[in-house]
Design a binder for this molecule. Sequence first.
Ligand SMILES: Cc1cc2nc3c(=O)[nH]c(=O)nc-3n(C[C@H](O)[C@H](O)[C@H](O)COP(=O)(O)O)c2cc1C
Length: 454
Amino acid sequence: MAGRLTLHAFTALGWLDGQFGLWRHPELVPPRAVPDLQWWSDLARTAERGCMDSMFFADAMGMGGFTADDREAEVRGGRMILWDPAVTISGLAAATEHLGFLFTSSILQDHPFTFARRASTLDQLTGGRVGWNMVTSYSPNAARNLGYADLPSREERYAWAEEYADVVYRLWEGSWEDDALLADVASGVYVDPAKVHPIDFAGDRYRVQGPHLTHPTPQRTPLLVQAGGSPAGREYAARHAEIQFIAETDERAMAETVSGVRRLAVRSGRRPDDISFVVSSRFVVGSTEAEARRKAGELFERADFPDLVAHLSSAIGKDFSGLGPDDPVDLLNDPAGSGGMSGSLQALVDGLPKDRVPTLREVVRASRNRGRVVGTPEQIADVLQRWREAGVGGVTVSIELRPTSLVEFVEHVIPVLQDRGLAQREYAPGTLREKLMGYGDRLPDRHPAARHRR
Ligand SMILES: Cc1cc2nc3c(=O)[nH]c(=O)nc-3n(C[C@H](O)[C@H](O)[C@H](O)COP(=O)(O)O)c2cc1C
């Protein structure tokens, strides 16, 4: 359906569940952070009931806190809890038929050989319904959990990510020919040895002989998802990503990012439409605008303010400890420290008043409101229509109150989007790649992974 938006239920197995004290909210249904397969299957079926495209699992391999305050708050509020999405997805796929599953896996966490095998297994078990969110990690604790002295610089991480992608592409795309698996009872040949190849990779960081241990899966390479916000991240996305998550929620900024990354993609031999841009967003729905605003206000009031401050400090790499809610914070003239997610800071500054110095409370509130659309289903549809016109291909639906936020979106907003042709009413056949990108089950020949094909 031309013109529709793709919809992605965004969550994590613990991390986003009731964070910042919202776990105390009466609408947050237990079993809070526990990956109870039945309960999560119901959540996945809710997304599928709304014909949503995927469930997207954020993940990290360590605590996010850059400051002692934040690390303490992460534990106290349970924000550090994270279970493994890849393992859980294999169960959720059995409970659903069409829904895609995007899972995050950092280049730091697995050897590319091990990761390629896990992703192939998931692609096979789900019938081609998985996508890989290719992240480079922002958490020094993750690096230290995995045996590194510290988190390498952003540039070094993206160089590492290039090599990592090169290895997994060779395994997925180049190791097995399509007709290698014979299972020929008469000749006794299960796999044709002439059609299975070692990759003999020797790079700066990895040496991998191959061959890949699994035969070609429906998509071979899982759908490639990326969310880099820095210049290096955008370049990486332009070369590799099929879905690019963006944090911009202002239409002009969105349109600039979309056209900028598309230009870079064309420079690396891809087509502008080879990347679909998905806005990181959350929704608070009310039957009237006043009701929606009241619910959004309540979400802020119920949150734990010191916890929000500690997290924001970490996310944008700037220490707010010692400041009170009414103290001024001049992010415009005195921007970031070093750590954190660079893209988030820019998007936050875009949402702040320019004519005066805001207070810490205003900055924190702006950070909570970023990407959050508040209103009636029709008002939300109006906003999404404008985003669509700005060149955006889809949105995430972050589940702030689990499962209420998702249920409300599915029951009240999606029908309005469907009436306007902005959401699908039924699933198209095929793999996740075919459903979302429309160019087949496999990566197109112009993608860098394809040069490893035989
Ligand atoms: C919607 C969205 C989801 C993200 N999910 C994750 C995640 O699960 N794990 C992670 O380490 N980083 C995640 N990130 C961070 C990005 O991968 C990236 O590091 C960040 O946007 C900053 O870009 P940069 O790495 O180019 O500086 C996410 C970003 C966005 C916008």
